[in-house]
Design a protein. Structure first.
Length: 235
């Protein structure tokens, strides 16, 4: 989904593409688009709430008193029109430094180590930024001292579409192919069938009906290994 959002941000796709991809009845197969880079995907914070604060559409507070099962069924009710907020964290976190302050703020504590990490990368950012600005603005491109045709134009790559995927590099894609026109991947059912067949079952339904199917797979693998070992032995 991040790859799709990045494509929308670059103007390569319309925002409606998100709704279209989520319509699994209309689009049961995933288009074969390239996934986004994993580097910017950072879980910054999370909580494990005790209970949600629920307000109905009429502005009334609602209590969920039926336990976790009732709470889940209520939260997943598609007809609910109110507001759900998670406030109080149910976990009593123990943060570094609360046991021994020196582990956090002392000499060679975590803050010192993270400051060194930050300082090194901040210097890299400043120096590389100045270098980039210098290189990009120093040359007088109107002089055109070279008389040969640019290599990119010779190769027909002068106007290649550059696609950003969230990492440190862009990708040349030639003429951009819209997501919904890309080759479609197999459905989850087809993938499950294929995997089940590689394990000796007729299909995924046959696998699902088999009790202790992991043990069956292990036994089949051992039987094949024994048969192969017997075939290789000289008489």
């Amino acid at each position: 989904m991040v790859a799709i959002v990045l494509n929308v941000g670059q103007g390569l796709e319309k925002p409606e593409i998100v709704r279209e991809l989520l319509d699994t009845e209309k689009n049961g197969r995933k288009p074969g688009y390239i996934m986004a880079d994993e580097v910017p995907l950072v879980l910054w914070d999370c909580i494990f709430p005790k209970k949600p604060e629920i307000t109905t559409a009429e502005g009334k507070r609602k209590e969920v008193a039926g336990g976790a099962e009732d709470e889940r069924s209520f939260l997943h009710d598609p007809n609910f029109k109110g507001e759900i907020k998670f406030k109080d964290d149910g976990v009593d976190w123990v943060w570094l430094g609360e046991d021994q302050p020196a582990n956090l703020m002392g000499s060679n504590g975590l803050v010192d180590q993270l400051w060194e990490y930050w300082h090194e990368r901040k210097m890299d950012e400043l120096l590389s930024g100045l270098l980039l600005q210098k290189v990009a603005t120093k040359a007088d491109l109107s002089r055109r001292l070279g008389k040969e045709e640019p290599q990119a134009r010779k190769n027909g790559k002068e106007n290649l579409q550059r696609v950003y995927k969230g990492g440190n590099m862009t990708r040349s894609s030639g003429v951009y192919v819209p997501v919904m026109k890309k080759e479609l991947m197999p459905t989850p059912v087809e993938i499950n069938h294929k995997w089940a067949q590689t394990k000796g079952f007729k299909d995924s339904e046959d696998l699902a009906k088999t009790k202790n199917w992991r043990s069956v797979i292990k036994a089949n693998k051992a039987e094949k290994a024994a048969a192969a070992d017997g075939a290789e032995r000289p008489e």
